[in-house]
Design a protein around this ligand. Structure first.
Ligand code: TIU
Length: 237
């Protein structure tokens, strides 16, 4: 697999494509469609739709390049035994985690709302990681999966930028992974939080990681198949 250089903030990042994984955070109906957890929190869920097409483009490219693709879902066991009371006991009583909504029980594994949106449905063999918290490392085997495959760089996309994406990037950064966050493939219910969240990642010399776009990363991934621009290649291994 080639080593490529990707344009990013705060500076270009050299990426060994043999050690990259794509992680798509929580692109679930519960966050993106009316009647789910995002809506129960009082949000305009339509704001997240803009991330679907860029996520799909990077997903297709990652699959074509043979990268490890990991999908995450935030949610809880039907008996709520893994849901902290402090998380459940928020908001109006009829719109809390575990209550019935139009897509089934809110944020509960196995319910329709917990599913990943059809455009980004995982393929057989792609790990789907169920997480009880905002961060994808908390109480999951993600770190083990990445270390077993010698992953050093994470391409990160999904929702929401300042909540589950940010928490995951912070967790990954502390564990020694290099995170390359794809701005257009992330979204927030609060556009200003999206913008500031991304700036927080790249500020101070990249205090949490790097920020780029699908447009900049796609040609680099194409190098894995030998078709991307030669100018992006540092060396083939
Ligand atoms: N509320 C909000 O912005 N996000 C979440 O609750 N979870 C995720 O970000 N996935």
């Amino acid at each position: 697999m080639p080593v490529v250089v990707v344009a990013a903030e705060p500076g270009a990042l050299t990426v060994d494509l043999s050690r990259v994984a794509l992680i798509i955070i929580d692109m679930q109906r519960d966050f993106l469609e009316p009647g789910g957890f995002g809506a129960a929190l009082g949000n305009d869920v339509s704001l997240l739709a803009r991330a679907i097409a860029p996520c799909r483009r990077i997903l297709d490219a990652a699959r074509a390049a043979g990268l490890l693709v990991i999908h995450t879902r935030e949610g809880h066991r039907p008996d709520l035994s893994d849901a902290p009371p402090a998380k459940v006991q928020r908001g109006p009583a009829d719109k809390r985690i575990g209550t019935e909504g139009p897509m089934g029980r809110i944020l509960i594994r196995g319910e329709a709302g917990h599913d990943i949106v059809p455009a980004l449905a995982p393929l057989p063999g792609e790990p789907v990681l169920d997480k009880p918290g905002k961060g994808a490392f908390y109480q999951t085997d993600l770190d083990l999966m990445l270390r077993n495959r010698n992953v050093e760089t994470l391409l990160v996309c999904g929702v929401t930028t300042e909540v589950c994406v940010h928490t995951t990037v912070r967790e990954a950064n502390d564990r020694g992974y290099r995170c390359l966050v794809l701005a257009d493939a992330c979204a927030s219910y609060f556009p200003e939080f999206h913008e500031v969240g991304l700036r927080m990642i790249a500020a101070q010399g990249g205090i949490f990681g790097w920020v780029s776009t699908t447009e900049k990363v796609l040609p680099a991934l194409a190098r894995a198949g030998g078709t991307g621009p030669e100018s992006l290649r540092i060396r083939d291994e």
